[in-house]
Design a binder for this molecule. Structure first.
Ligand SMILES: NC(=O)c1ccc[n+]([C@@H]2O[C@H](COP(=O)([O-])OP(=O)(O)OC[C@H]3O[C@@H](n4cnc5c(N)ncnc54)[C@H](OP(=O)(O)O)[C@@H]3O)[C@@H](O)[C@H]2O)c1
Length: 338
């Protein structure tokens, strides 16, 4: 298959519940200023279009990425004229409306907590704003970004179910949930996808993946490159980079972590692939219904990542990788550990 730019787009398809998507998607968070340092819209749009031209059909965003829906608005600009080729996934709950309560919960960031509001009465308003930002009339996959600690998840799921009934949303996804929350929400409205942090240095919760498999729910792996760490190219992060708030990227921890995982480079080199491709191919071999959504602003990296969907790893290679991962210990809390 040839994309608009003439680029090859022969990426295998995977199913997330009922939703067919490219086996490697694209995580757009990296494209808004304030995440991985500064970035302008021209570079961001070029990256997004490059990902789409090269076959990424799952585009992941959130109303919380960038200021005032910036990330969703970028996607709205990039998808004009090609909306139907794509599965647009967005999330809600971070933009707590004026006058609404901010429900806080602890996280592993240096600043300690995040705030959401996923009360059913606000969910339609969130979706209508995201639809305006995205310039589309339907959201393919809609997630509460985090479970609201003060709202039973089945109530939030039910509110998304009403949007599905009204045609504003196609499918419900859940992000950062436990197995128990998945089961409860699924009973209120069918869930197609759970999104969880999952990578070589962050195992997925065993009960969550077991529940997803049992219920036929797909898994989207966020930060599949360990927020860049697993590419083997990060030895410092700038003060304007959100990773400066992540304990795993603290200078001393980062140096120790780079040492711990260094043996992965030897395996990648032997196979003639990049460390990023090794990390993504490894994830794709963990489950037939996992889809990683790496983020990148760099066209060559985007192609590198998408090509990982076509890399097969031999059982012996997978065993060698497991040996490295079993012997490595990541120092410092990750995003959602408190
Ligand atoms: N649900 C949630 O709570 C949640 C939380 C976090 C993230 N997410 C989602 O997951 C997506 C991905 O996560 P992420 O952006 O945090 O982390 P990631 O995809 O694990 O890593 C992104 C970083 O890796 C670098 N990179 C990517 N490909 C590379 C390659 N081939 N070679 C070298 N460097 C490479 C990027 O730099 P370059 O730009 O230079 O390539 C960027 O700094 C986000 O966009 C978002 O959609 C969801």
């Amino acid at each position: 298959m040839i994309g608009e730019s003439g680029a090859m787009t022969n990426i295998p398809v995977r199913h997330l519940g009922e939703i067919p998507v490219s086996a490697v998607g694209f995580g757009a968070m990296v494209l808004s200023p304030g995440m991985y340092g500064d970035i302008d819209d021209d570079r961001a749009l070029a990256a997004l279009r490059h990902a789409i031209d090269h076959g990424a059909t799952l585009i992941d965003t959130s109303d919380g990425y960038g200021a005032d829906g910036h990330n969703e608005r970028l996607i709205g600009r990039a998808i004009r004229g090609r909306r139907d080729e794509l599965t647009i996934a967005t999330k809600f709950g971070f933009r707590v409306p004026e006058g609404a309560a901010a429900h806080t919960f602890p996280v592993g960031f240096a600043f300690g907590e995040l705030a959401v509001n996923a009360e059913p009465r606000y969910v339609r308003g969130y979706a209508e704003q995201s639809l305006r930002n995205l310039g589309t009339d339907v959201i393919d996959l809609y997630y509460p970004h985090f479970p609201d600690p003060e709202v039973p998840i089945e109530e939030t799921a039910g509110a998304v179910g009403e949007l599905v009934a009204d045609g504003l949303v196609r499918y419900l996804g859940l992000s950062n949930v436990t197995a128990e929350q998945l089961r409860r929400a699924h009973a209120a409205h069918p869930v197609q996808v759970v999104q969880a942090e999952w990578s070589m240095w962050r195992p997925i919760d065993a009960e969550l993946i077991a529940a997803a498999r049992e219920l036929g729910v797909g898994v989207v792996a966020w930060s599949p490159l360990g927020a860049g760490f697993l590419t083997g190219t990060v030895d410092r992060v700038g003060a304007d980079d959100f990773r400066a708030n992540l304990p795993r990227f603290d200078a001393a921890n980062l140096a120790a972590n780079n040492d711990s995982y260094a043996a992965l480079q030897g395996i990648a080199t032997e196979l003639g692939i990049s460390r990023s491709q090794l990390a993504l191919a490894w994830l794709l071999h963990q489950d037939p219904h996992v889809v990683p959504i790496p983020g990148s602003r760099t066209p060559a990296h985007i192609e590198d990542n998408l090509f990982a969907a076509n890399i097969g790893l031999h059982a012996d290679t997978l065993r060698r990788i497991e040996q490295v991962l079993d012997g490595a210990e990541a120092v410092g809390a990750t995003l959602l550990e408190s």
